[in-house]
Design a protein. Structure first.
Length: 374
């Protein structure tokens, strides 16, 4: 049943007001009316509705300018929350995120994810633990969003292509007896990109997110949305060919970007510890510097190719991206040397989320969907 034009206009106004409050964090009735060009009676009516839904709060009063003091209006950020889960080869992470995107808490535990039958039990344990530890009631939980290193079909349930972990296409069903909330699956790189996009809002600038972790992935964020492509393969920069006939990738092909730019290419110098590698690099270690130079040579080609295709901002994320401050200037010089148009690579920046970007981005999928329907 379609809403009447009047009902739809009311919904649009309410949504605009709520988004403005989220963006401003603290505002007043008159500021809302002025900035959104909505009449004071309409603002008052919508604020009452949002107050009844416990989505906003009066948090104080502004200084008087001669008349009655204006009430401070803020979002009740923890009125709704979402849980984000990130599954990797050797770890599972859980985060709880509120309506403004704040991380309330996070847990990361070592766990071998090679057995698909054991993963849902571990996820349940982490979800139960993080909600209990933070005294979060079930009725405030919008859902559990699972970030996974796989191509996820558009139903957000079916694994279309799984190369990193031995999960079946119907892995979603394995969780039914363990997760008491609505839950969906999302591609890990798309989640990381969505988290970075959220931090940059409001913006009209497109961006491409490089996920440089145990595997290499990417996400094209165009028009403030994830561009998934025809078959959900968009952004798979890790499986573009860097060196024809080169090193073998875990996908079975040879010469993929992943084989040259995943985090283990650096960490294998320090027994798998990436933090130790960058500590050696920062200390001026020659062997670490040589390895970093070769890594950046390869990464600069991948970055340049993405820039030529999309002409947009590029965010370096994942494990390696979290250390970008230690090598970003070197990478920019290499990228600029490749640039056909000799543009300064100011579009290339490090990520905001140094840890748990995929888990946070997954949770924000539920948060974003909820905000859309307020």
């Amino acid at each position: 049943m379609h809403q009447s034009p009047n009902m739809e206009l009311k919904r649009i106004n309410r949504n605009r007001i709520f988004r403005f409050i989220l963006q401003q964090r603290t505002t007043s009735k008159s500021e809302i009316a002025y900035e959104l060009r909505i009449s004071l009676p309409t603002v008052t009516q919508n604020l009452a509705t949002l107050m009844e839904q416990e989505l906003i709060l009066e948090t104080g009063e502004y200084e008087s300018t001669g008349g009655r003091r204006a009430k401070m209006i803020s979002c009740n950020a923890q009125a709704r929350v979402a849980v984000g889960i990130d599954i990797t080869r050797n770890h599972i992470s859980a985060v709880v995120v509120d309506l403004v995107g704040n991380i309330i808490d996070d847990i990361r535990e070592p766990f071998c994810c090679s057995d698909p039958n054991k993963v849902p039990q571990k996820v349940k344990q982490l979800v139960d633990s993080i909600l209990l530890n933070n005294q979060i009631l079930d009725e405030s939980v919008l859902g559990v969003a699972v970030s996974i290193p796989a191509i996820v079909a558009s139903d957000y349930r079916t694994l279309d292509t799984e190369l990193v972990l031995p999960f079946p296409s119907d892995f979603y069903q394995y969780f039914q007896e363990y997760i008491r909330f609505p839950y969906l699956f999302y591609n890990d790189a798309n989640c990381g990109g969505f988290a970075e996009l959220w931090r940059r809002r409001p913006t009209e600038r497109d961006m491409f997110y490089f996920s440089l972790s145990g595997t290499v992935g990417g996400a094209a964020m165009l028009g403030n949305q994830i561009y998934t492509g025809q078959y959900n393969y968009s952004g798979e920069i890790g499986h573009t060919i860097l060196v024809p006939g080169g090193k073998q990738c875990y996908c079975g092909k040879h010469g993929c970007v992943d084989a040259y730019c995943n985090a283990n290419v650096l960490a294998e110098l320090t027994n798998g510890n990436l933090a130790d590698f960058f500590a050696r690099l920062q200390a001026g270690d020659d062997e670490a510097n040589t390895r970093m130079e070769a890594y950046l040579d390869n990464l600069s080609i991948a970055v340049h190719n993405v820039r030529m295709l999309f002409d947009c901002d590029i965010i370096l994320g994942g494990y390696v991206g979290s250390y970008s401050a230690l090598y970003l200037d070197r990478l920019k010089k290499k990228v600029q040397a490749l640039d056909t148009f000799d543009k300064a690579p100011d579009y290339l920046v490090g990520c905001h989320y140094n840890t748990e970007a995929s888990a946070v981005g997954a949770a924000l999928m539920y948060i974003s969907a909820f905000i859309d329907q307020v």
